[in-house]
Design a protein around this ligand. Structure first.
Ligand SMILES: Nc1ncnc2c1ncn2[C@@H]1O[C@H](COP(=O)(O)OP(=O)(O)OP(=O)(O)O)[C@@H](O)[C@H]1O
Length: 758
């Protein structure tokens, strides 16, 4: 690799400067190219001796001006522009300008901050196939100016950038991206030396700067640095010493045996296209070709790294992979490495990374002003008519391409994707101590996300009866629904064939735990008052009513039970677990194997006739109402035969008018008679054998609210106003006429007879 055409220009200077082995020729007396006509030189005032000679002079432009360089060989060139707003009689930080080539707007409305010492270096990789290459500097406004301190233009090594690369979108792999070289400028936004120190232009074969990766690690302090003083072995087919400095390949970050995975997060433009080059060199292994691991981009794309014939006979062979990656709307790109599931060696490593934004035809379309500038420049080259045609074509294809962006065509729930690494850390690697429960889907962990949000993480496990279908259904339903009384889905993860659901954490656990704990009678059981229980029933009914009739409408939960009613820190109840839910009615041809739900709560009509309607949820909710009243499980097979099924047992007492005989002992004497009677009626209606005879969820809700009102009204009455009843003693209750679903309100003069204590 030699440099046939190379320009290192010390702008605004009449003397040459040697920097990092290159001679930057002063542009005022250069023979091979002339400084732009309408420009002048500027010298820094009081420049210190430490300041590089490149940043002691500048060429300034008050009018549009260009450098013109002779090019003898077509190909991909590196263009670097150096800027520093040094102290001088002209305030360079006021300069506001555009830099363009004949086809591309490179810098738009560009301003150089009045920085301290570090210069601003803007690099571009672009294909040049004209004999005279022009770089135009155009002040953005009549009053502003443009300037540049130094320029580098040189041919990149052959095949430096491939014409094709794997195309990755936030949704995963998208085949091959063709045409990388044509019509595109690559603008490096991150050039990272992973596991190592800053690499200066002096240390790099193409005078690039590489910066350490630590600031980009998603989780700090989780990976080790590895450095090798040995030489690296460049092999044909792999990287060359121009691909990256060998210093890049002589350091890496690696994951230790038990750690997985390492994630870096880079700020990038939103919804833009990037060229990503990932550099590897195994300086860790003590045998050939033993490491296999995965590289992940945006958690939805993975590629195996390591099975490489280059690694077959040598240690420390540098190689790299190229991708074209479409960024999502987060403004970040996540790159991770992690061991493969079935790989016995759990080490993964990374040596370097480059992310370059692809500035194609989209870029000039970004602002009206840019469009005008482009128009002027391109117009001078190809003529007005041609330009209009080109612009029309550009607009057409630009719009077409924008429409085709995958982000827009993906399901809306993709925004809920959570990287596995985030969940891994949230649950401290699925620490057993954080397990808070286990259900049909798998274990449930308590976790804390990096932003501090407490979450419940449900991880599917083999051997559990719920699987992919329930997983998908849960995401489908909850991604569309947000309601105060439905547990929110924060995200999900389907990486590496995992099925993980992440929910808002419900501090006070399940309703069941508060009623009777485990079936043996948990000592952790709290004693909820009757008012609290009614409020919990009202909250749950509100959630279910929303499911049945709300904006998404027509959703049947199918698994209403006290473990699927969760309580937050303020005891607000939310319905959870939508994995079994159905929209609309069940296919009547479905066999009995299709019956889903939990024993003890199953609607007999659904169980016997496969007739599934929203009234099936109403039945199950009726069983929950009985649980709330009696504080015992829906099914308890250790009880005498007639007591096993709570719905049957409860209704037998209700029919006798003696439901109070089986209530939670904690509630004895604490329930207002009318409230109790109303509650019994609602329960009975919910548990009717035929769905058509059951109330709808909104009627149940209305009645429950009234039940609470009856209780509250009684509590606020003075003791002498009320007579009392001990529930075990049968006394005639005042007639409470049925409420909206099936009745009219209680009459004033008939106000409640209360049970003991109210
Ligand atoms: N969002 C949450 N916040 C707090 N704890 C939760 C949350 N979700 C689930 N849990 C806990 O995890 C346990 C298991 O929940 P899961 O929904 O997996 O099973 P289940 O509803 O009890 O049974 P099944 O899945 O068989 O219907 C719950 O009983 C509860 O203790």
């Amino acid at each position: 690799y030699t440099l046939p055409d190379k320009y290192f220009i010390n702008c605004g200077s009449d003397s040459n400067a040697t920097v990092a082995g290159r001679i930057f020729v002063g542009d005022t007396n250069s023979g091979s190219y002339s400084p732009p006509g309408q420009s002048s030189s500027l010298k820094a005032t009081n420049a210190s001796t430490d300041t590089s000679p490149l940043y002691q002079t500048a060429r300034i432009f008050k009018d549009p001006s260009s450098y013109e360089l002779n090019i003898s060989e077509n190909g991909m060139y590196v263009l670097r522009l150096h800027f520093q707003a040094f102290p001088s009689p002209v305030n360079l930080s006021d300069a506001l300008f555009n830099v363009t080539t004949s086809n591309f707007l490179l810098l738009s409305n560009f301003r150089v901050p009045n920085s301290s010492n570090s210069p601003l270096i803007k690099e571009f990789l672009l294909t040049i196939n004209v004999r005279k290459f022009k770089i135009h500097f155009t002040p953005s406004q009549e009053t502003s100016l443009a300037f540049v301190n130094a320029m580098e233009v040189f041919l990149a090594p052959e095949s430096f950038i491939p014409s094709n690369a794997s195309h990755v979108t936030p949704a995963g792999s998208n085949g091959t991206y063709n045409g990388l070289l044509s019509h595109l400028v690559l603008y490096p936004v991150h050039r990272i030396n992973v596991g190592g120190h800053t690499i200066t232009p002096e240390e790099d074969t193409l005078w690039r700067s590489w910066i350490p990766d630590d600031a980009f690690l998603y989780y700090q302090g989780v990976a080790g640095n590895c450095a090798s003083i040995e030489v690296v072995y460049y092999q044909a087919g792999g990287a060359t010493n121009y691909t990256a400095s060998d210093l890049v390949y002589r350091t890496s970050k690696y994951s230790s045996q038990d750690f997985y995975p390492i994630t870096w997060r880079f700020a990038v433009s939103k919804n833009a296209r990037h060229f990503v080059r990932v550099h590897f060199c195994d300086i860790i292994s003590s045998s050939f070709n033993v490491l296999r691991f995965n590289l992940y981009i945006y958690s939805s794309f993975s590629r195996m790294v390591g099975l490489n014939e280059l690694n077959g006979f040598y240690f420390a062979v540098p190689f790299y992979y190229d991708f074209v990656v479409d960024s999502d709307s987060s403004g970040f790109m996540n790159i991770s490495i992690g061991p493969r599931e079935n790989s016995w060696n759990k080490t993964a490593y990374l040596n370097g990374l480059e992310i370059m934004e692809l500035m194609g035809w989209d870029a000039p379309m970004q602002s009206e002003q840019n469009k005008k500038r482009l128009f002027v420049i391109v117009g001078s080259v190809v003529g007005g008519v041609a330009v209009i045609c080109i612009l029309l074509a550009v607009v057409f294809f630009g719009l077409k391409r924008r429409k085709a962006k995958p982000v827009e065509t993906l399901g809306s729930h993709l925004r809920l994707k959570v990287p596995f690494s985030e969940i891994w850390y949230a649950t401290k690697k699925f620490n057993k101590k954080l397990v808070i429960g286990e259900g049909g889907f798998g274990k449930v962990y308590k976790g804390t996300l990096t932003n501090g949000t407490k979450v419940a993480v449900k991880r599917s496990e083999p051997g559990h009866d719920q699987g992919l279908q329930e997983f998908k259904r849960e995401i489908e339903v909850l991604s569309k629904i947000r309601h105060r009384n439905l547990v929110s889905l924060i995200g999900y993860c389907d990486e590496r064939s995992e099925m993980i659901l992440v929910y808002e954490f419900m501090e006070k656990g399940t309703l069941r735990d508060h009623l009777y704990g485990d079936s043996e009678g948990s000592s952790s059981r709290s004693e909820l008052s009757w008012e609290q229980r009614l409020q919990i029933c009202i909250d749950s009914a509100t959630g279910l009513d929303y499911l049945h009739t709300g904006s998404v409408g027509g959703t049947i939960h199918r698994d209403v039970k006290s473990t699927n009613i969760l309580l937050d820190e303020d005891y607000i109840a939310k319905v959870a677990d939508f994995g079994l839910s159905k929209s609309g009615y069940l296919d009547q041809t479905q066999g009995t194997t299709g019956v889903k739900g939990s024993f003890g709560y199953l609607d007999p009509e659904y169980f016997n006739c496969l007739l599934l309607t929203d009234k099936s949820d109403v039945y199950s909710f009726g069983v929950v109402l009985l649980e709330v009243l009696c504080a015992r499980p829906a099914l308890d097979i250790f009880l005498p035969r007639e007591q096993v099924n709570l719905a049957e047992w409860g209704m037998s007492w209700q029919k006798k008018g003696q439901l109070e005989k089986i209530i939670d002992p904690f509630l004895v004497g604490k329930i207002n008679t009318n409230s109790f009677r109303k509650f019994g009626e609602i329960t009975e209606m919910c548990l009717k054998e035929h769905g058509v005879d059951r109330p709808s969820m909104d009627e149940v809700l209305y009645d429950l609210k009234f039940t609470l009102l009856l209780q509250q009204t009684a509590v606020h009455r003075k003791p002498y106003e009320d007579s009392t009843v001990v529930p075990s003693v049968e006394l005639p209750l005042p007639v409470v006429q049925s409420l909206p679903s099936h009745s009219v309100p209680v009459e004033e003069e008939d106000q409640p007879t209360v049970m003991d204590g109210c």
